[in-house]
Design a protein around this ligand. Structure first.
Ligand code: UDX
Length: 448
């Protein structure tokens, strides 16, 4: 730790959203433990520095020209992301210039979330190495290459044909065109524009992916051979399995662990739809009825809290075997022996966390690459199934919960999830694929 090389600085640029901040902080912690100094550059909201007490030694810096939260609410994720990239470029360059002066040119690398592509301009200007960090799956990363080559008008017409929807995307078997991450984010042309920007490597010299080769070997080899990414790729996930402090942007309600302690082994279905999606009242009602009718105990994350629930739902939940929290310590919940299933929106972090604990899933994907993730759960790993359609009524909720928690079919899914759990454990242990890839990454960064 005492030599010059061991103290070189890495600048991290996360996207201001829970699902991106968490893996970036986990990566930062792992690199810090391997002798690098860490600077985290952030905007004005969803700041990683809200958990700075858990990351002593890290430097946190706010970009002045970054956009406020009100812009996110006004523009939505896609337009906000594009605007953020336009407005942050110049002030990020200024910040890097200052840091270089302070650090005596000792910046080893800028590691930026693939969606924070503005970072590449500063790296180029100051001739610094840059590395892209993809916080979602390798399949998603590879599929963006396909999307970035599509013509929006033609694709929309093609997709009116059900045969085309079910057609497998060449080199990404078994991914079908209908699984691609195009829905729920905005107009297709805009989605494709973002894909083109994100898929462009610019001057990056490597890519880090929060995945593990035993889950996505064919997509990883597609990136290597068909997409010909042409720069080193490091699959170092699941990052949450490496020792790291919490980086939750919301306060975790730990009372649910007490409640779980009173439940029977593998009896509880845990429901969480991540940090972005919120159910409307009608959906909440149908979900509550279905959960109660399933007769399984349930732990339900509702971010706006139980106080905003219709009275009918609150009464029903408190009379039945239900418990509601605003935000749960999710990794602890999934690792609790009482939890037997996870009703999820299929965000990538949630999936990795669930597999790492051998918990099978009911997938209710909403936007972005969640459909693609759900397809992998249902058809590739076979550790869960999708609940599809724009509306899900109480009967479907009840049937889905029973299918996973009670039926023999659910027992098979759980068995396979437990097998994958062991594979993930082996990957992050000394000699495992992710362990070795991280080792290689550290060596690589030390040469920069
Ligand atoms: C976003 C996108 O929606 C998703 O498609 C993409 O894969 C990642 O970025 P998000 O919706 O937040 O992510 O979902 P997810 O990736 O599952 O991340 C949520 C994180 O919040 C997880 O790490 C989970 O452990 C944590 N969480 C969630 C809690 O700590 N407590 C909760 O109550 C709920």
């Amino acid at each position: 730790m005492g030599n010059k090389e061991a103290k070189r600085r890495i600048v991290l640029v996360p996207v201001p959203a829970q699902g991106h901040v968490t893996p970036m902080m986990q990566l930062g912690k792992a690199l810090y433990s391997n002798g690098f100094s860490i600077t985290v550059v952030e905007g004005h909201f969803n700041q990683a520095s809200s958990s700075s007490q858990h990351f002593p030694g890290f430097q946190f810096v706010t970009i002045k020209e970054s956009l406020p939260e009100s812009e996110y609410e006004k523009l939505g994720p896609l337009e906000f992301g594009m605007k953020l990239n336009r407005t942050s470029e110049a002030s990020f360059k200024d910040f890097i210039a200052q840091l270089l002066l302070q650090q005596g040119n000792d910046i080893a690398c800028i590691i930026y979330d693939e969606f924070m592509y503005f970072s590449a301009a500063a790296a180029k200007e100051f001739n610094l190495p840059s590395v892209i960090f993809s916080t979602t799956s390798a399949t998603n990363y590879a599929s963006r290459r396909v999307l970035s080559e599509l013509n929006a008008d033609k694709f929309l017409v093609d997709m009116e044909d059900p045969e085309m929807q079910d057609q497998v995307v060449e080199s990404l078997y078994p991914l079908r065109y209908k699984d691609l991450a195009i829905s729920g984010m905005g107009p297709l042309e805009q989605v494709l524009e973002v894909c083109r920007k994100v898929a462009n490597k610019r001057s990056a010299s490597a890519v880090i992916i929060n995945t593990v080769s035993c889950l996505e070997s064919s997509s990883l080899s597609c990136l290597d051979t068909s997409v010909k990414i042409g720069i080193p790729m490091y699959s170092i996930g699941p990052l949450h399995m490496t020792p790291s402090p919490p980086s939750s942007l919301l306060e975790e309600d730990r009372s649910c662990i007490e409640w779980l302690n009173k439940q029977k082994p593998r009896s509880v279905i845990y429901i969480s739809l991540g940090s972005i999606y919120e159910m409307v009242t009608k959906e909440l009602l149908e979900m509550a009825w279905g959960l109660c009718d399933s007769n399984q105990p349930f732990l339900w994350v509702i971010r706006h809290g139980s106080e905003s629930l219709p009275e009918e739902v609150s009464t029903m939940v408190s009379e039945r075997e239900g418990y509601i929290v605003k935000w749960a310590p999710q990794i602890k919940v999934l690792g609790h022996p009482a939890v037997g299933g996870f009703w999820s929106h299929s965000g990538w972090n949630s999936i990795l966390e669930s597999i790492a604990e051998g918990v099978p899933m009911i997938c209710r994907p909403f936007h972005g690459e969640q459909k693609l993730n759900a397809m992998y759960i249902e058809s590739v790993w076979r550790i869960g199934f999708q609940v599809e359609g724009s509306k899900v009524d109480r009967g479907e909720v009840e049937r889905a919960v029973k299918r996973l928690m009670v039926d023999e079919e659910g027992a098979g899914m759980q068995e396979r999830a437990l097998v994958l759990k062991e594979k993930l454990k082996a990957s992050v242990k000394s000699g495992g694929t992710s362990y070795n890839a991280f080792d290689e990454l550290v060596k690589y960064l030390k040469t920069k």
